[in-house]
Design a binder for this molecule. Structure first.
Ligand SMILES: Cc1ncc(C[n+]2csc(CCOP(=O)(O)OP(=O)(O)O)c2C)c(N)n1
Ligand SMILES: [Mg+2]
Length: 449
């Protein structure tokens, strides 16, 4: 938009009128109620000296569709999810919880090096993933295995990654639980907390440009999951700020489960959760009851619609939960929290039992169906487990490949050193468990000659 104005020397000059958030410097007009400082637009003057005191504000409300007894709160709005789909979501949540239980135990038996469960947060990952487009690009932390499951990551895929066998897409080069899938548009998980948040902001910016360049292709967004502990990292703040200033189509989903390993939220922040930070960055924000899968789905759907409005904008959703399990298999949470606190939460509220109550209320579920489902899922997980455990480990050469385009001279020295150690101490290293034994290292050395 352009507007004609008289210049200093009386000549007409054309001034471009920019939207307020793009203003670089704005002058005040005489008798204005507000001075348009470039750093705080639309701020009115006041002669009352009053600090903003967050402690006096009401906490941000938590959106729900179902109450904790699985009853619909607003009958007029009701539930949008069809019966068939609700049953599917329920089965997936149960499947995830059974896989978690079995794999946690497998780690305890020493058959797996590490594991992390999602107990209490199944509704967040499965519910939100079910409301997205398969083309949306996803960045996870590590407690969102339900996102993978809902998108089609098969039990075999989980098990191959967990056992770091030759069928693992990452060729055994990552810790267990750090899944990724190119086909499912899910970036590989990184252990380094919060790094996925700026990556997601950047990907969303790329998607914004792509959406503009390809108007005939349905637009896509980036979706980023992280814990409230990760939100204490600088990366969180940088990512949300750049997402807001660039107006990128992204949903940032914070799972606020009350703990970052042993650090409770009371030691993590003083503000009103993570949601209060969203509005600080000028981002549309909602807090949701993560134990209510219908609320999670509706919030994610609406968040996606908003994220694509006017070419794109970021959205923050804080999903409230309680971390029922230990942080990981390396943690004993009873060293820093009371058993009774955990037992209370297990009894009081849970995404699985809440949906089960709703299904039972509609006559769609009963004890016999529950028993049959649990025993079937258990069998399926164990079949995949046993299959994956038998597959050989990836060839040793993959420890060196895919770092640089070609194996470097320096790497070649490392390969030779490894080969010599393996030869010198054959009793210490069982190379037969790796595909091709020590021979695959020779392949690498020959390739470079
Ligand atoms: C940069 C960095 N610092 C510390 C850690 C160690 N660490 C791993 S998980 C974790 C807690 C994260 O808590 P939160 O983001 O709330 O996720 P939750 O485990 O509760 O799902 C910490 C401190 C790490 N992996 N990376
Ligand atoms: Mg947490």
């Amino acid at each position: 938009m352009r507007r004609a104005e008289a210049g200093v020397n009386g000549a007409q000059r054309v001034q471009r009128v920019t939207p307020p958030w793009q203003c670089r410097s704005v002058a005040s007009t005489p008798n204005a109620e507000k001075v348009l400082f470039p750093g705080a637009l639309n701020s009115e003057f006041t002669n009352t000296l009053e600090f903003l005191r967050p402690s006096t504000n009401q906490a941000i409300p938590t959106y729900r569709v179902l109450n904790q007894y699985g009853q619909v709160i607003n009958q007029e709005i009701g539930v949008e999810t069809g019966d068939e789909e609700a049953l599917e979501l329920y089965k997936n949540m149960v499947r995830l919880s059974i896989m978690d239980l079995l794999m946690f135990e497998a780690q305890r038996q020493g058959r797996l090096s590490f594991y992390m469960v999602s107990a209490g947060e199944e509704g967040i990952s499965i519910g939100s993933a079910s409301a997205l487009s398969p083309a949306d690009v996803i960045f996870c932390q590590y407690r969102e295995s339900g996102v993978h499951m809902q998108r089609g990551f098969a039990l075999d895929d989980f098990m191959n990654q967990l056992f770091a066998n030759a069928k693992d897409a990452g060729l055994g080069r990552n810790m267990p639980v750090h899944y990724g899938s190119k086909e499912l548009n899910i970036h590989t998980i990184s252990s380094t907390l919060a790094t996925q948040i700026p990556h997601a902001a950047g990907a969303a910016y790329a998607l914004k440009l792509q959406n503009m360049q390809q108007p005939d292709v349905p637009p896509r967004i980036a979706v980023c999951y992280f814990g409230e502990g990760a939100a204490s990292e600088g990366d969180f703040h940088a990512a949300l700020n750049i997402a807001a200033t660039r107006q990128v189509p992204a949903i940032f989903i914070c799972r606020n489960n009350g703990y970052a390993i042993s650090t409770p939220t009371s030691d993590q922040y003083r503000g009103d959760g993570i949601a209060s930070r969203g509005t600080g960055y000028g981002i549309d924000t909602l807090r949701v009851d993560g134990n209510d899968i219908f609320a999670v789905r509706r919030a994610t759907k609406e968040g996606r619609r908003l994220a694509l409005e006017n070419g794109g904008k970021p959205v923050l959703i804080e999903m409230m939960a309680y971390r029922v399990g230990h942080h990981s298999t390396s943690d004993d949470s009873f060293a820093y929290r009371q058993r009774v606190e955990v037992e209370d939460w297990k009894r009081r509220d849970n995404p699985i039992t809440r949906l089960r109550k709703w299904l039972e209320g509609r006559g769609l579920w009963d004890d016999a169906k529950e028993k049959e489902l649990r025993s079937r899922q258990r069998k399926e997980v164990l079949v995949a487990f046993e299959k994956a455990e038998k597959v050989k480990k990836p060839a040793l050469k993959y420890a060196f490949e895919d770092v640089w385009e070609k194996v470097t001279e320096e790497q070649k020295m490392h390969v030779e050193e490894l080969r010599d150690i393996l030869r010198r101490y054959p009793k210490e290293y069982d190379v037969d468990q790796y595909e091709g034994g020590a021979e695959s290292l020779e392949e690498l050395l020959e390739k470079k000659r």
